[in-house]
Design a protein around this ligand. Structure first.
Ligand code: THU
Length: 134
């Protein structure tokens, strides 16, 4: 698995690529897979505001497109002093490919600010297991 330092630098780097002319709030996300790969994403806004997408969604898409399907850990980097925890929708996106104890590291430009487990951010979640007996 990629080191936390590597993941932090990857999130910081992709954050600069964000397209966020409306919110002016750039976000970068970097996923480490158990196989040692790193996939990144940034937020991509749109003049039709609801069509914009989050950094985490981009990173998940990149992982899936490359054939990965497990998140070992993820770093999310936002701007400003307030903790940039993943939005509700992105917690669910991460949940699809992660375990309850998967770490979600919230970062600022200076470093990791706080680390959570998926279960802390999305308790009693709905997931693939709910649909296994269909
Ligand atoms: N944003 C993300 O990319 N990830 C999150 O988890 C929270 C919010 C983006 C969406 C939008 O482009 C901007 O931050 C402001 O909400």
């Amino acid at each position: 698995m990629a080191s936390l330092d590597t993941l932090f630098e990857a999130a910081k780097s992709i954050q600069t690529k964000a397209y966020a002319p409306y919110s002016r709030f750039k976000v970068g996300a970097a996923i480490a897979t158990p196989e040692g790969q790193v996939f990144t994403g940034c937020n991509v806004e749109n003049a039709a505001y609801p069509v914009g997408s989050c950094a985490e969604a981009g990173a998940v898409s990149a992982m899936i497109a490359a054939g990965g399907n497990r998140i070992a850990r993820i770093v999310v980097m936002g701007e400003g002093d307030v903790l940039c925890t993943p939005c509700g929708g992105c917690r669910q996106r991460i949940r699809e490919f992660a375990a309850p104890d998967t770490p979600i590291h919230v970062a600022g430009p200076e470093g990791i600010r706080k680390s959570f487990t998926l279960e802390e951010l999305l308790p009693f979640s709905f997931g693939p297991d709910n649909l296994t007996d269909r």
